[in-house]
Every structure is written in C-alpha cells, then in structure tokens.
Design a protein. Structure first.
Lengths: 303, 246
C-alpha cells in the first residue's frame, strides 16, 4: 500500500513549480540571444555579397536623389579589427599571463595582493574611460615632443587602448587558471629537483593550459566587440589599412557610425557588419573548444 | 643520512622537537605514529620540501654523505633525495613516458637514447613496465590508483636519487595495490635508502628494517623493527603498538 502524506504532495507541487519557474527564466534569457541572432541574420544577410568583403566605404547615397547607390563593403573594418586585435593580443597576452603567474605563483606578499587588487579594479573601468586615457596620454607625450602627433589617432593607439582593456582580463583569468593547478602537482615537480621557475613554466603553465586559452580568447572576444575605446584612438579609416601610424577602422565602430547615419546603403552595411562580428565571436569559441578537444584526444586520455 | 636536533615550525606552531635520527643506508626505515605527530613533516625536512610551505621554518642539521643539506642548494638536494607522496600525483598533461622522463627533461636532458633507457629502467624498477609498455603515449592520469603511484615511484627513480622518501604511499590504495608497492619497496632497498612514513603498523612491520615511533613532534623510540615491536623500551611505544591509543 502506498502511503502519502500531505507533506509529500506539497513538496512535489513545490518541486514542479520551481522547475517550471527555472524553465521560464531560461526561455526569458534566451529570447534576447535568439532575437539578436535572427535579426542579424535576416537584416545582415541582405548586405552580404562578394563585394561586401572586398570593397570599402561607399559614397553616402540618398535613394530619393540618386538613381543608383554604390553598395560598398566593410573590408576596411574587417582588416582593421584583425590588425587592432592582433596587436593588442600580442601585447596583452604575454603581459597578462606573466602578471597572472606572478600573482598566483610568487604573489603571496603585499605586492602580489596589491597587483591583484588593481587588476580587479581595472576590469571594472568603463572602456570609454580607457579610450580617453590612452588618447590623453599619447596627446600629452606628443605635446612633449616624445612622439609623432599622428600617433594619437592610429592603429597603434587603438591597439594600445584594446590592450589596456585586455591585460586585466587575461591577468585575472590566468591567475584563476593557475590557482586551479593542485599544489600536489607543483610539489611533485619540485621534489624531482626542478628549479621553481622551470616548474612554473613547464609544469604549472601546461597544466593550466585550457584555462589560459579560454581566458585569452575571452579577452580577444571582448576586445573585438569594443567600440568606445576606439573612437578617440583608432579613429576610423574609410579606405583600409594604411600603416600602423595611420588611423584604422574596426567592425564595432562602423556598426555604430553607419548605424546612426541617415543613408540606407550605410545602414545596410552596419547590419552586415553586425552579422560578421557575431560570426567572428562564434568562430572564436568554436576554435577554442576544438583546440582543447584535439589536445586531449592526442594525449589519449582514457578516464 | 643523519638528522641532528631537527626542529620544524609552521608559522608559530612547532611540529618537530629536536629529532635526532640515523638512517641506515640501503635499508628501509619506517616512521610510525598517530596523525599529526610530525611524521610527514620529518621526511619533508629530509629533502627540504618543508620550506616550500609559506611561513615554514627548520632548525637543526640533516647530513647526507657528511654534508649538511641545509648548507646546499635545495634543488640539488631534491635531486639526490627523491620523494613519493600520499596521493599519486602524475603530471596531468603528460603521457606515461613524459612523466617518467620529466625529471631529466626539465633539467635539460635532450639525448633521446638515454631518456629511453632511463624510462625503461625506471618503469622496470617500479614494476610497472609490463603493464604500460604498449601505452607509453597515454596520459598518466588514465592509470589505476596503484599504477599511478608506481608511476610516481618510477618518476622519482628516474633522476637516480640516493634516498627515496615515501609519505604514506599506500594510504589511498587497495590491499592488492598495497602489496605490490610493498614488494617493490623490498626490492628498492638493494639500491636505495628508503624512508617510509606509514600509519599502518603492520606495513611498517612487513617492510621496514628500522622503525621510528613519533609522538607529538618528538622521536620517542628508534630501533630495529623487530625489537621495537617485540620489546619496546618506552611505555608510550608499547601503548601505541598495542592499540591503546592513536
């Protein structure tokens, strides 16, 4: 005979209610994500054509006045984003990972704790402030005559701004990844008579590999989507890459710039650029997962 | 190996009090005692691993071949005094081969032939070769617990230490894996000086030539294993080995 108490019925009912509530929250959270993807697809695909990837900024066009509008493309922005983020990653990944190593492996002291405190604060700084900071810094240096005034609006200054945003992210994620490596792994290596710096570089770093890659890609993804710090540094460039000391374009910047313009051909490009940016993000995370998976498979982990 | 008035602290907490102990070469010395008595701290002082813990401190001397290891470079000491830990800790990202070769490789050895020879010799010494010879490229963490522990022993032997310290090497293993490791310890003493910490008195009685009994950071009694178990001189030792406390 099955005995049922009131309590049990109530408990079951509560359990169902909470499951339903959780599911509702999941759906609620997925709505914006899905609508972004769908909207970017529908509106963005209209812009995509072979010329979209090879041409640069078209002449602004009012369809009521001109019969034929130049379609143009976003080659300048794709190229610019790759260069800006590439240089920024080249600066920030080594700097950030080294900071993470210091704080995690050697930072059990006042300096280590203050470095961690300041990297924490730096991740919270609004990115527009970082842009103003780099702009003001370079302008100041230029007015002292230490560097060329043109550098204030250049691919280099844009990269510097993005790197400033990336360093604390990379530093914090690497520190966390390194701290997840168990002490027993460090001890095993130390007990073999391996000097500490080599234990850190060859054993700890490789054990934390997946966390480091994830952190690096997170920072790259974040930098690829930043608009604000580039407005006053990379500045934008409708023609394409003209050298590191010249202004450079970036995808999020043209989304902003074309998106608020009154010209339909520019607005169309903004939608297309949004779609490309979404795909770049997607590609980054897929590549990250594949890279991690193939590593493990090659090692042949059984359990 | 000779320990002289060895004391150790974690911060302000004293874990070892004036331990003096002669470790016989090419013999197995067991260290027994209840939890928290300083057994692990004692052997961690014997290859200078104790000082890797923040705020840890050591006083006294540990002589190895007539030299005080506290006057030497800790890295070179650890090459001469190897260690196996309580929980098997193979390097998670390395294959079986790489785990065993790690000690040599990370110290700059590149000669592939000598590495191959060393890996083969160490795995044979650790009685693991027959079980892993076809899977040298497989990750070390895919092995069973007992195999992992023998892998760690092979890894420690690969750098050809003089002394092998084992910190409760069987406490996480089942009886069959434990028996294998005990057989192995018996073979190892022909070539190495072995010091083993164990909380299992039967294990000490089975594998050790000498046994030291520790209590509350002090060395209470040290003798040939048979003598210590059959006619202990100290009342504390007798109470412990007869199971009256601990």
């Amino acid at each position: 005979m099955k005995v049922r108490f009131d309590r049990d019925v109530r408990r079951r009912w509560k359990s169902h209610a909470i499951s339903v509530a959780a599911l509702a929250c999941v759906i609620l959270a997925l709505i914006p994500l899905a609508s972004i993807l769908v909207e970017a697809m529908i509106r963005g695909l209209g812009a995509v054509s072979p010329s979209f990837f090879v041409e640069t900024q078209p002449a602004p066009c009012n369809p009521q006045v001109s019969a034929v509008c130049e379609q143009g493309g976003i080659a300048n922005a794709i190229q610019g984003t790759l260069i800006l983020v590439g240089i920024a990653a080249g600066i920030s990944l080594p700097a950030g990972i080294l900071t993470g190593i210091y704080v995690s492996e050697y930072g059990n002291n006042r300096i280590g704790r203050s470095v961690r405190f300041f990297t924490d604060i730096m991740t919270e700084i609004p990115s527009i402030v970082v842009g103003i900071f780099v702009y003001a810094l370079l302008l100041e240096l230029a007015s002292l005559g230490w560097l060329d005034r043109r550098l204030v609006f250049s691919a280099l200054s844009g990269s510097l701004a993005l790197a400033t945003i990336m360093v604390p992210i990379v530093a914090r994620t690497s520190e966390e990844a390194l701290k997840l490596v168990p002490t027993s792994t460090r001890e095993a290596a130390l007990a073999l008579g391996i000097p500490k710096y080599r234990v850190t570089l060859r054993v700890v770093l490789s054990s934390a590999r997946s966390g480091l890659i994830t952190g690096g890609l997170l920072a790259v993804a974040r930098a690829s989507g930043e608009t604000a710090p580039l407005i006053m540094t990379a500045f934008g460039n409708p023609f394409g890459f003209q050298g590191l000391t010249q202004p450079a374009e970036a995808l999020p910047r043209i989304i902003f710039y074309y998106g608020i313009s009154p010209f339909p051909n520019w607005q169309q490009l903004a939608w297309g650029a949004a779609l490309v940016l979404v795909f770049i993000m997607l590609a980054i995370s897929v590549v990250a997962r594949l890279a991690l998976r193939s590593r493990v498979a090659r090692r042949g982990v059984v359990a | 190996m000779r320990l002289e008035n060895l004391s150790a602290w974690y911060g302000s907490k004293r874990a070892l009090q004036d331990v003096t102990l002669d470790v016989e070469e090419h013999a197995v010395t067991a260290i027994i005692g209840p939890s928290g008595c300083g057994k692990s701290t004692l052997i961690r002082c014997m290859n200078r691993m104790h000082e890797t813990v923040p705020k840890a401190r050591v006083e006294g001397k540990v002589h190895l071949d007539g030299e005080d290891i506290y006057a030497l470079d800790p890295v070179s000491v650890r090459r001469r005094v190897g260690m196996v830990f309580q929980r098997a800790n193979p390097f998670p990202t390395m294959s079986i081969y790489d785990n065993v070769a790690a000690g040599l490789r990370l110290n700059g050895m590149r000669d592939r032939r000598r590495l191959d020879e060393t890996v083969l010799r160490s795995l044979k010494q650790a009685a693991l070769w027959d079980e892993v010879k076809d899977s040298m490229d497989v990750s070390g963490v895919g092995l069973s617990g007992g195999q992992q522990q023998r892998l760690c022993i092979a890894r420690a032997l690969a750098v050809e230490p003089e002394v092998l310290l084992m910190d409760e090497p069987c406490s996480a293993l089942d009886p069959i894996a434990t028996a294998k490791i005990e057989d192995l310890i018996f073979d190892l003493k022909k070539q190495y000086t072995v010091v083993i910490v164990t909380h299992n008195m039967q294990q000490a009685a089975r594998v050790a030539d000498y046994t030291a009994f520790m209590y509350l950071g002090r060395l209470i009694e040290f003798n040939r294993t048979r003598d210590l178990f059959e006619k202990p001189r100290e009342e504390l030792t007798e109470n412990y080995i007869t199971g009256r406390f601990g």
